[in-house]
Design a protein around this ligand. Sequence first.
Ligand code: GLA
Length: 387
Amino acid sequence: MDLIKLHQHFFELYGKPEEKPRCFFAPGRVNLIGEHTDYNGGFVLPCALQYGTFLLIRPSHEMVVRLASANMEYRAEIPLAKLSEKVNGQWVNYPLGIFDQFRQMNLPVAGFDMLYAGDIPCNAGLSSSASIEMVTAFALTAMMQLPIEMIDLVKMSQRAENEFAGVNCGIMDMFAVGMGHKEHALFLNCLTLEYKRVPLELNGFSLIIGNTNKQRGLADSKYNERVVECQLAVTYLSPMLPVSKLGEISFMQFYKMQEEIPDLLIRRRARHVISENQRVLNAVSSLLKGDILQFGALMNASHESLRDNYEVTGFELDTMVAEAQKINGVVGSRMTGAGFGGCTVSLVREDAVEKFVEQVGREYHAKTGLKADFYLAQASDGVKEIS
Ligand code: GLA
């Protein structure tokens, strides 16, 4: 990101170059394994990325918040009294969701001039929205010197997404964006919010993100549908086991009780969540042992279950993963994020990366007509101020 240009852009929009804005950055995230487990109180293993959202912010000394983006045309100038009103279909709903949380928590809000700029693809399953929410929450807290813990900013951002963007997402994305740590993945228990940093020592392998560039059409409504299906699975199983989330059930318990779920579709949804939870545990121990092959095999199994049991992949993601898995030097490949389009993540031997990008890109294009993009994922720190 060219921060000098971004500052120029800021002064073109808001004038007064003698008053320097402060600059904040929040990363996006890639989830290595543990998909659709977070809202089920299960385990996840994401890491923060080197890509994300920058925010320049300065007091406006007026009763208005001005929001602009270097990536999007739409700009807004909103009086403080109206900060809780949604603007249909616009990116500003993400920051507005945070302002709304400040209001709900009776925290003070002043007027600000704000310019966002992202180097992370939007709507691709790499948490661009959590990154906007977290950079906003973190920056507002810093600007107003409020003593709010990072974990509370994480929870606030999740509520903003649930209430303002209408997606009943779990806590994984915001947690990774807030708590990310360089060269580490985060092993998070979404039920208790206990977490451990796991060193990402890949011993000659790289994590490559493949963007299918398939727009995630009805993703939000399908996502919310899965949330409801999992709750239904719990209502079938809870008479036998006193649990409130699928993540509290071990695979052995599920194996014995699965026939209590008469609806086969709901049974498959539960099978995904509960088996995926076990895969995260196995993946963490493989990583700690340096067993990259085992880690890759678990990634492959995760994709299979997301495709067959959870049905959140689709032609583009399945094609990209299948092409990746054909390459000598790829030990694992899977979709990452909510699915229904978006990105894959693959574990690729360093000397096979060039071939991977060329061959997967070519075959994917031939089969889908879409052009793929590839990025090297580097586990990075969470949200911070940049001096
Ligand atoms: C999206 C949501 C997360 C999580 C993933 C699927 O990224 O925002 O909370 O549920 O999908 O694992």
